[in-house]
Structure formats: C-alpha cells, structure tokens
Design a protein around this ligand. Structure first.
Ligand code: C2E
Ligand code: MG
Ligand code: MG
Ligand code: MG
Length: 282
C-alpha cells in the first residue's frame, strides 16, 4: 500500500522515482551485457541513386534481446547516449561495419558498396575519436572511401573548431561525412559552409507530407537547393511512395533511402536484395 507522503513510508512519487532508477540500472547492466555477449546486430538499409542503382546501405543498429526480441534504437540509443555507453556501442558498430566492407571489397560484384554509419555526438567528442577510426580502418584494411559517417546537427553546438579539425583529419584519409536529419536541429548556415561535408540528408519528416503540405515541400525544395549550392550530395530519407520519389526527383534530389525501396535488412537479406536489385529497380 502507498502511504501518504511525510511519514516514514514512501510516497507514490518516491516509489515511481525508485522504480525508474531501478529500471535505468537494469537497462545499463543489460546493455553492457549485450555488448559483451554480442546481442547487437547490424541491419542494412539500401541507399540508391536514380534510376535505381544500389550504392550501399546505412547501418542501423538492432538489439536481439534475449527476452524482449528484436529492439529498435528508440528503445536504447538515447539511454546509451546519456550514460556514455554509446561510445563503446558505436565502436562496435563501426568495427563490424568495416569488417563487412572488407569482405565485400574482396568480391568484384560487391567491391564498390558503400556504408554509412551513424556517429553520436559523444563519440565524436572523444579526444581519441580519429585515432580509433583510423585504427579500425587499418585493422580491417578497407578502402576508407567506402565509409561515410553520419552526424547530426547536435554535434555542432559546442566545440565547433575541434569537430572541424577531427573531420578534416578523417576526410584526408578518404572518409566522407553526411549531415543527418537535416532541418530538424539548430545548426546555422554559416557553420554548414565551414564543415567538410559530402552529403546532406533531408529528414524524413519533410518527405512524409511532401504531397499534402506545401510548407514541407517548400522546405524540402530549399534544402535540396542549399545542398546543390554548397556542392553537396543530397539524399532524401524516408521515401515511402513513388509519388514522393517523383516530387523529389523533380526538385533535383537523386539519392534516396526509404521503405519504398526497402526496410533495414539483416545481412543475408540485404545481400539477396542486392542480387534482385541488380536487375534494375525503378
Ligand atoms: P537515422 O540515422 O535518421 O536513421 C533513419 C531511420 O529512419 C531508421 O530508424 C530507419 O529504419 C527509418 N526509416 C528509413 N526509411 C524509412 C521510411 O521510409 N519510413 C519510416 N517511417 N522510417 C524509415 P531506426 O533504425 O529505428 O533508427 C533510428 C535512429 O537511431 C537513427 O536515425 C539514428 O539516429 C539512431 N541509430 C541507429 N543506429 C545507430 C548507431 O549505430 N549509432 C548511433 N549513434 N545511432 C544509431
Ligand atoms: Mg542516419
Ligand atoms: Mg536520418
Ligand atoms: Mg531522420
């Protein structure tokens, strides 16, 4: 029974807080265990260029939880960021992505595939981030130009000069950078100009209502134009219908990712998709 606040007993509020603290502790332990026991799995969502050539994939993390089944990042990424566990998780993802690239690069039919890997702000701000990335590249012996790192605008808020210099070091080794979820954060256009970027990703919230919302269409149009003006590749995420695809094409966006083409897939299904798609897609 819940007692009134004030006495020796716990108020309902205290219990809730305790409960939350307990849940967080459990999640932290579970995440650490998941890392140790390799319960994380890389999924691959195809990325294409008009008129249907598969360039590669974005790597999206999934957690095969022993009791709760396959979990999406919503269930654990934010928590991993808050606790700093994201640093180790991110390294795990990068290492396995590069290992996969190394395998593909040894076979002619997959040798030119590219992978995009999401990097959290916490990772990028680690003093040894560039060394870690370069170590992984050396260890897996990949051609680094096949690797793209996706950053969100949140990394640009502090330490701008440091971030730029880390990006420059990695860019000099052939690694490319993409600005993810563009338009949803608060980065200034002046900063954008100074970043060594290769690609802008139009956030899927602007793609979703492209057909019905004039404002979203105007924003998408502006982002595409901005990207072109700055000499960047523009990729639309969250493309779900052929109608959206047609509008994006009309607006000058030729790189796509979304359920219209494929959901994120486990490795073997992604490799099947490649075989199917090589027959022409759109
Ligand atoms: P994101 O990087 O913007 O990734 C795109 C998200 O949109 C993915 O969600 C993908 O499954 C989803 N998506 C793609 N196409 C469509 C579509 O047509 N319709 C809809 N409704 N959704 C689509 P997911 O896999 O749940 O990942 C969510 C976010 O979690 C990612 O957003 C990224 O910010 C983060 N994340 C995923 N993997 C990693 C990782 O390895 N490291 C870090 N730091 N973050 C990750
Ligand atoms: Mg991304
Ligand atoms: Mg995105
Ligand atoms: Mg997004």
């Amino acid at each position: 029974q819940v007692k009134q606040a004030g006495g020796n007993g716990l108020s309902f509020f205290d219990i809730t807080l305790q409960d939350q603290a307990y849940q967080r502790l459990t999640l932290a332990q579970e995440l650490q265990q998941a890392l140790n026991e390799e319960q994380f799995e890389l999924f691959y969502q195809p990325q294409l260029v008009h008129p249907g050539v598969v360039l590669g994939a974005e790597v999206l993390l999934r957690w095969r939880h022993p009791e709760r089944g396959l979990l999406s990042p919503d269930a654990f990424i934010r928590f991993a960021e808050e606790t700093g566990l994201i640093v180790e998780m991110g390294e795990y993802v990068l290492f396995h992505a590069c290992k996969q690239l190394a395998i593909w690069q040894q076979t002619p039919s997959t040798a030119r595939l590219e992978l995009s890997v999401n990097i959290s702000a916490k990772q990028l701000k680690q003093a040894n981030f560039s060394d870690k990335v370069l170590d992984i590249i050396k260890h897996t012996a990949i051609d680094a130009s096949a690797l793209k790192l996706e950053l969100t605008e949140s990394v640009l808020v502090e330490d701008f000069e440091n971030i730029v210099s880390v990006m420059q070091i990695l860019q000099a080794k052939g690694i490319r950078f993409s600005l993810d979820d563009f338009g949803t954060g608060y980065s200034s256009l002046v900063y954008l100009k100074r970043l060594p970027l290769y690609q802008l990703k139009v956030d899927r919230s602007f793609v979703a209502d492209l057909l019905t919302d004039e404002n979203d269409q105007a924003i998408a149009k502006m982002i595409i134009l901005l990207g072109q003006t700055l000499g960047l590749e523009v990729m639309a995420e969250g493309v779900e219908t052929v109608e959206q695809l047609k509008i994006l094409y009309k607006l000058g966006c030729y790189h796509y990712q979304g359920y219209y083409f494929s959901k994120p897939l486990p490795l073997n299904e992604f490799e099947h998709y490649l075989v199917k798609a090589s027959g022409g897609l759109i």
